[in-house]
Ligand binder design. Structure first.
Ligand SMILES: Cc1ncc(C[n+]2csc(CCOP(=O)(O)OP(=O)(O)O)c2C)c(N)n1
Length: 334
């Protein structure tokens, strides 16, 4: 079993409508993410953790899943993934502003703790990598029920240092469960680089130790991400076991709205990542292929802005949880 590096040729073999759908999803996530930062900097939102630089990987991966059928145990950066699956900017802004109507937790959880029952998005906790175990359990349940639903989970490369990652992947491999684990490798765990987390060149190398395929994919390319995920999903549905996918992505912001990356990331490195911005890169690919004109691209952004404007207004006008409901869902529904 070897680590695979599939060849990528952005946009070469998918039809124009699918490519445009990918692009729209990427821009929608970017516009929403940027708005969240604005709300934070205005003092209206407490905390933002960003998907900027991860959109291509997340959109490609999500488009290969069956929303509401497959099981999803995401991590905090998966804004774009959850949008593709069917959550809306309104859902996310209700959570960011801690409103009672927030479908994730009724305004209880920190922002970016996704959980949405109709889409089988399993609520998670803050300790990183715990979701890998939840997903392994969901994959086992799918097998026991005789279904072909797969379980998807994701985490950052730094979080692979947690025991939960090892336990979840090893269990899934031993029992050949339909689990797909995506490591969104942006190079840093807050300020700690990969070289201080693991002694393998790539995170995907670890798959060999579990006896499952490890796939390295250009996570700045939604098409490559879509293909890698489509193959992993097909394998899992056929009963051929789990896959570890490492998507090489970029973190275009500091770790979170509470972080300052200047002490540990050079400005040159930041500029280099921004020059490879996956949204701009995919726009250029689509323009070169004649699938998207500059005017279309502006229109896509304008539509997303209008949707996010509306969502923000609705979220801001939505009531906060009542003080009497403070204990609801803490020890039960009373
Ligand atoms: C068990 C645990 N340890 C530490 C933290 C604090 N923490 C939150 S995010 C984070 C960095 C995770 O980095 P990585 O897994 O590379 O993901 P990234 O944020 O870069 O996408 C840390 C250390 C935590 N939430 N849980």
């Amino acid at each position: 079993m070897a680590v695979m590096r599939p060849e990528t040729s952005p946009g070469s073999d998918l039809d124009a409508e699918l490519l445009l759908t990918m692009y729209r999803h990427m821009v929608r996530a970017r516009v929403l993410d940027e708005r969240m930062w604005v709300l934070n900097r205005q003092g209206r939102a407490p905390f933002v953790i960003s998907c900027q630089g991860h959109e291509a990987a997340q959109v490609g991966m999500a488009m290969a899943l069956r929303p509401g059928y497959d099981w999803i145990a995401p991590y905090y950066r998966d804004l774009a993934l959850t949008l593709v699956l069917g959550m809306t900017p309104r859902d996310h802004l209700l959570a960011l502003l801690a409103r009672a109507a927030d479908p994730n937790s009724g305004g209880r959880q920190m922002p970016a703790h996704y959980g949405y029952r109709p889409l089988n998005i399993i609520t998670g906790g803050s300790p990183v990598a715990t979701q890998v175990l939840h997903a392994a359990g969901a994959a086992l349940a799918s097998r026991v029920r005789g279904e072909d639903a797969v379980a998807y989970t994701s985490l950052g490369e730094g979080s692979t240092s947690e025991g939960d990652f090892h336990e979840g992947l090893n269990f899934a491999a031993v029992h050949q469960l339909p689990l797909i684990c995506v490591v969104e490798n942006n190079g840093f765990a807050i300020s700690v680089p990969w070289s201080k987390q693991g002694h393998t060149k790539d995170v995907a190398d670890r798959a060999l130790g579990y006896g499952m395929p490890g796939v390295i994919v250009d996570g700045l390319d939604p098409v490559a991400s879509y293909h890698a995920m489509t193959e992993a999903v097909a394998r899992a549905r056929r009963g051929e076991g789990p896959t570890l996918i490492e998507a090489k992505v970029a973190r275009l912001t500091p770790h979170s709205s509470d972080d300052d990356d200047r002490p540990y990331k050079t400005r040159e490195a930041v500029a280099e990542e921004k020059a490879q911005d996956c949204v701009l890169r995919f726009r250029r690919v689509l323009e070169q292929r004649g699938v998207l004109s500059p005017g279309d691209a502006e229109e896509v952004r304008a539509q997303c802005m209008r949707e996010v404007d509306r969502a923000q207004e609705e979220a801001e006008n939505s009531p906060l949880p009542s003080p009497e409901s403070l204990h609801l869902h803490v020890y039960g529904d009373q």
